[in-house]
Ligand binder design. Sequence first.
Ligand code: HEC
Ligand code: HEC
Length: 305
Amino acid sequence: MKKFLKWTGITLLGLVLLVLLASWILASKFNNEFEKVYTLTPAPVAIPTDSASIERGRTLSVGCRNCHDVDMGGKVFFDDPNIGVLPSSNLTRAKDSETEGYTDEDFVRALRHGLNKKGNPLMVMPSEAITHLSDQDLGCLIAFIKSLPPIERTFPKRHFTYMSQVMAGAGLFGNLFAYNVIDHEGAKNITAPPIGNSIEYGAYVARFDGCKICHGANFGGGKSPDPVSPPPPDITKSGNPGKWTLEQFISTFRTGKTPEGKVLDGKFMPFAGIAALSDVEIEGLYNYIQSLPAANPAGNKIAEK
Ligand code: HEC
Ligand code: HEC
């Protein structure tokens, strides 16, 4: 009996050690990932200085403000006691900010390739969408950011609970680093279709605004990178938006309220960036969404709430 207890004890202890070791390996896998340094010299992008271009950049920056705050001075944009704290960077190049001393090339590296000045992969920052901006639009966006007055602001350091490090290492939050999914070779000399209501222009908007990150590769519903977000629904013909008129589609983004009466939370469904575009650009997005095949034909709805 004594011997039996002894062996049971040893086995249990072994199991506990194994679980601890496995969790430590997963946590380190995640922690090593954002300390990696990648060397990458982005293809140069011309940065304009005229006021019309800076105005275009201001429009394109509206989507950034959800995470980087309305004045682009950065904020704690994620804070959950079970998961941790993630501040977004201060983009105003203020003293002691993450972007202090950022050159044009550093901005292109961050926006097109998902790397900070030192070459560490950026977390949660959606460069896999922003990378699709044309050279011209990217130039306007950077020109606008460079025109911002410096805002000095401090926020708590990024930290994650041990449990969330283990979960991230196990891939439960999906891919957190845009760098891993960007086509780095293709991210240069990008042109956009002319601004208008064409399906091609709408597809361009959907690409740089990252609808697929949340609504899935075929827009049929997906998973948000934000672990506390409601599920992003099907936005093709088999979902609600497929049935909306153009006016209803535009009004949804401008007011944050859908024709079915649902009030969208801008924190989870970032509609402000689209609302900042002109009617004709949103019409392009509408035409593009309408052109997509139904993702979940009858009886096969995956993202019903
Ligand atoms: C979903 C939230 C989110 C959105 C939207 C977003 N960012 Fe970020 N961004 C972040 C976070 C978080 C970081 C910091 C990542 C890190 O520390 O690893 C970051 C980092 C950056 C950096 C790198 C700064 C540094 O720390 O070196 C730049 C530049 C940047 N963002 C610009 C933009 C611009 C411009 C837009 C809009 C086109 C934008 N971001 C949209 C979350 C976001
Ligand atoms: C960061 C994730 C995210 C991104 C990026 C995103 N969405 Fe969403 N979207 C959501 C979520 C989450 C909801 C559901 C919100 C809710 O249930 O309150 C939603 C809802 C919607 C709805 C309302 C659908 C309905 O049936 O009520 C539309 C339309 C929509 N999104 C279109 C888009 C388009 C177009 C894009 C790209 C330009 C986009 N979204 C980008 C997360 C996202």
